[in-house]
Design a protein around this ligand. Structure first.
Ligand code: GLC
Length: 438
């Protein structure tokens, strides 16, 4: 069994740390300008212009079953869908606002169709819900609000009452966790400290503004076992590093305990659909991000940003296919796996994962070596070894090289297992050696 003990969580993360891999879906009115989901903030878009996106939002090609099929093929086991992003537009039929998809040309509850489609494909379903709301009349204008530079921003703020907004959020979270069946993850986003460059009245927002204690207690009362992230400014189940690659298992700042963590990442430089953004990650990087994350005991939530018409564009589909092609043969090194035990050391240009039951060790080859791979401290521990993708046996020796090494045996072979590899790299982005341990 894995020797790693993680900090206890209020929610049930057992399925989550087994499944390892999910799809993030950022979809909203911001897909219309198609220039980043923060576009209203970035360009300080006036309300009347943003209303054009509401008036013309018509996802006539929305087919969440197709999204779910591609997620499943990619090896993703759960999804998290933006029910409301910072723009404040609701992708579900809320009774507490008119600023919702059922009042657009869409004319239907897009969250309902997402939930039904992903459940039908066997994936667990999560909701992203933005604490930030740049449309709600009682959300106070602050340092990141699109109206922050309006000449009368201060006057606009008078009369706004965050308690009314906090109640609005509780009402909507109640709708989301009551009307759509079992919800597995609730992903709040995000709290932010005061930026000294801004006046006090524009300060950031945290747990007191969101009334997070009450909000989270409500969520847990409606959906016992639900997994909740840490961005409502209260520690919950999930730590959520984003847009960087952690290089160690994330720990609790005060206690130093290992925590349950999920890295959320994008295929390109934007969460929402961004037509002209070109920094799409290479196939190798996509696969390595997944392996790197699991090799450190984490989950990967990889994002897609559908177009305003409702489909995944060719770049997102191609990226999902990269995962599908690799996971089809190599997912055994991901599901039910975690960081390898401390006794094992990854060779250069390799990453290790190990099954939770401790019986299987996976060696992921980032650079394909010529003929041999030497692994320290493995001698005497191997029952059998094979390439994972095709199940073909890999022969190995212990402590000595088998090949014309003669008297040039390196001194440091002790305790080593030396795998004998074919000279040609197998036809898989990252070959994996599956080691069945004694
Ligand atoms: C950041 C971005 C937000 C995105 C989130 C995903 O908070 O500001 O747009 O939804 O990351 O984790």
């Amino acid at each position: 069994m894995s020797s790693y003990v993680t900090r206890k969580t209020p929610g049930d993360v057992s399925w989550f740390t087994h499944d390892r891999f999910g799809m993030f879906i950022h979809w909203g009115l911001y897909a219309m300008p198609a220039r980043h989901e923060w576009i209203k903030n970035i360009e300080c878009i006036p309300e009347d212009h943003y209303q054009l996106y509401f008036d013309h939002f018509n996802p006539d090609l929305y087919d969440p079953r197709e999204w779910a099929r591609q997620a499943k093929a990619a090896g993703m086991k759960y999804a998290v869908f933006t029910t409301k992003h910072h723009e404040g537009f609701c992708m579900f039929d809320s009774q507490y606002t008119d600023y919702k998809c059922t009042n657009t040309l869409a004319g239907r509850d897009l969250v309902r169709e997402y939930v039904d489609a992903f459940r039908a494909e066997g994936l667990k379903v999560g909701f992203y819900y933005s604490l930030i709301d740049w449309h709600h009349p009682h959300f106070t204008i602050d340092q990141i609000h699109p109206r922050r530079w309006d000449k009368d921003a201060f006057e606009q703020n008078q009369g706004r009452d965050m308690h009314i907004y906090a109640e609005y959020m509780r009402n909507q979270v109640r709708e989301l966790l009551t009307n759509y069946g079992k919800i597995d993850i609730l992903w709040f986003d995000f709290s932010y400290k005061k930026n000294p460059e801004y006046p006090e009245w524009m300060k950031g927002k945290g747990k007191d503004d969101w009334e997070s204690e009450e909000l989270i207690a409500l969520a847990r009362s409606l959906q016992p076992g639900i997994i909740i992230d840490n961005r409502a400014d209260l520690e919950q189940d999930l730590w959520t590093p984003e847009q960087f690659q952690p290089t160690e298992w994330v720990r609790h700042k005060e206690t130093g305990e290992l925590v349950t963590w999920e890295a959320c990442q994008t295929f390109s430089g934007s969460w929402g659909y961004h037509r002209d953004e070109a920094t799409w990650k290479s196939p190798e990087m996509l696969i390595r991000m997944l392996i790197n994350t699991v090799s450190l005991g984490g989950n990967l939530l990889m994002n897609v940003g559908p177009t305003s018409r409702g489909y995944l564009d060719y770049r997102a589909e191609a990226a999902l296919k990269v995962y599908a092609d690799w996971m089809k043969y190599n997912s055994r090194s991901i599901y039910g796996c975690t960081m390898a035990e401390p006794e094992f050391t990854a060779p250069d240009d390799c990453r290790l994962t190990q099954s939770e039951d401790g019986k299987r060790l996976y060696i992921h080859l980032y650079a394909y070596p010529f003929r041999h791979l030497k692994v320290k401290a493995l001698a005497g521990k191997v029952r059998y070894a094979q390439f994972l993708h095709d199940g073909s046996e890999l022969k190995y020796t212990e402590n000595t090289m088998s090949h014309q090494a003669g008297d040039s045996q390196p001194a440091d072979n002790d305790g080593m297992v030396i795998f004998e590899l074919p000279p040609v790299k197998p036809n898989t982005l990252v070959p994996v050696i599956e080691v069945f341990l004694k």
